[in-house]
Design a protein around this ligand. Structure first.
Ligand code: LLP
Length: 421
């Protein structure tokens, strides 16, 4: 459930008509609903309320400081994968002891930054990384908590670009080899082994891959304990999918996911960490856009809108679907006709959807791309020198711009022409 609904014939974010935001901020613009974010975060907490846990929001899904602050105020931890994300989490007020550092290629300077600023745990992804972290920790006189990310060789049954738990993927250490790696970790100075980490992919719509992966983690926990390791924490990753289409079967709910966790690892007495991103913020955001032109093509009509692939990359990159809806509610029984919805960028790949059924639309009308709160603004760029898309946060009947649209002057000021040119 989200808080984007039609009221009085106009699509609203909570109690704010999207048309008001478009008038005051311009388009394209991302609009998030604070109530939806809070609600979704609460569902994960509730799903794990049977045990000690920390829900670490995956910052990569949406890293706006206001969104992170909203999450932090609810007690969220953060899962970060770069020095920049770590800095954002800290700037949003998240204490180091609630930040886990994931990622396959942490640099020494990123690891130093996190040790200096405080860290709950590093999720180690390779032996060279583990050795580098040990050497760094020793040089800093620190002892850092680590979990090792194991690759359980499970098919997450999701898009190939976002599946991470198969042995051919670059992530983690093969589970078959993990006891040996844990033995080395325990022997290395500066590291304190605290747990196991696993993440098998994103936009999972079936719980079976989780069952398979978590069963392997449970077995590994017992084996590692028998080897003498003190395994007190399990980081079970993120990945629970969201409904991108209103009309099809919704993926499992957080409460069902929590039950899968309980069944698989509930008897081990470990503190549970999870790293959801998309499920918290995906349906808490829309991308609001205006129609520039309605262009009649040969055998098809194009809706040329002012949002483009640089603002919302997912359709171009993954062939992803985002429901497109008119902001002015279609009259009951209004005739629909098909449009190819495209952006202004000079590539045919800048196509959001083909044959979308929409009521009659005209230049200047507003449309919204639903389910765009996750991996939307964070993946935006200034390709074609289009200003980085702004973001707005709505709460009740008020809203705030939480990232302003840069002016051309600001954009240009980031470049420098060398004096010898
Ligand atoms: N933890 C780790 C280690 C991850 O790699 C990810 C996502 C998450 C947690 C959060 O997963 P979520 O709950 O959001 O599914 N850009 C792609 C998604 C990439 C996901 C990468 N890792 C997309 O737009 O679909």
């Amino acid at each position: 459930m989200d808080h984007f609904n039609y009221k009085d014939g106009q699509l609203h974010a909570e109690d704010v008509p999207l048309s008001r935001i478009a008038a005051e901020v311009g388009t394209p613009v991302y609009v998030y609903s604070a109530a939806t974010l809070t609600r979704h975060f609460g569902l994960f907490r509730q799903a794990l309320d049977w045990t000690d846990h920390l829900v670490c929001f995956a910052v990569k899904a949406n890293s706006n400081l206001a969104v992170l602050k909203l999450m932090a105020d609810q007690g969220a931890g953060m899962d970060v994968v770069s020095g920049g994300e770590y800095a954002r989490a800290k700037a949003a007020g998240v204490p180091g002891e609630r930040i886990v550092f994931s990622g396959v290629g942490k640099t020494v300077s990123e690891m130093r930054q996190a040790i200096e600023g405080g860290i709950r745990q590093f999720n180690i992804e390779s032996e060279p990384e583990m050795r580098a972290l040990s050497a760094l920790a020793v040089s800093m006189g620190a002892e850092v908590p680590v979990a090792i990310r194991v690759n359980p060789d499970v098919d997450a049954k999701t898009h190939e670009k976002i599946a991470t738990g198969k042995s051919e993927n670059k992530f983690g250490i093969p589970i078959a080899k993990s006891r040996q790696v844990y033995a080395e970790a325990a022997a290395l100075p500066g590291l304190k082994v605290v747990g196991i980490d696993v993440h098998i992919g994103s936009q999972l719509t079936d719980l079976d891959p989780y069952r398979a992966a978590y069963a392997k983690v449970a077995d590994l926990t017992r084996a590692l304990r028998a080897d003498g390791h003190d395994i007190t924490r399990l980081d079970l990753g993120g990945g629970l999918g969201i409904p991108y289409r209103r009309d099809n079967n919704a993926p499992p709910l957080p409460i069902e996911y929590g039950q899968v966790i309980r069944d698989a690892v509930g008897d081990l007495g470990c503190e549970i960490e999870i790293e959801p991103g998309r499920n918290i913020v995906g349906n808490a955001g829309v991308l609001l856009s205006s129609v520039i032109y309605v262009k009649e093509g040969e055998g098809r009509d194009f809706l040329i809108v002012d949002a483009a692939m640089n603002d919302l990359l997912r359709p171009a990159m993954y062939g992803a679907h985002h429901d497109i809806v008119p902001v002015r509610e279609a009259a009951l029984g209004a005739e629909l006709r098909p449009f190819d919805v495209v952006g202004p960028v000079c590539e045919s790949g800048d196509t959001f959807q083909k044959g979308t059924q929409l009521p009659s639309v005209a230049a200047g009308d507003l449309i919204a791309f639903r389910s765009a709160g996750a991996y939307g603004a964070v993946m935006a760029s200034e390709y074609n020198s289009r200003p980085l898309v702004p973001e707005v946060l709505v709460s009740g009947d008020h809203f705030a711009v939480i990232r302003a649209r840069p002016t051309f002057e600001e954009m240009l000021s980031r470049d420098t022409i060398p004096e010898w040119l």
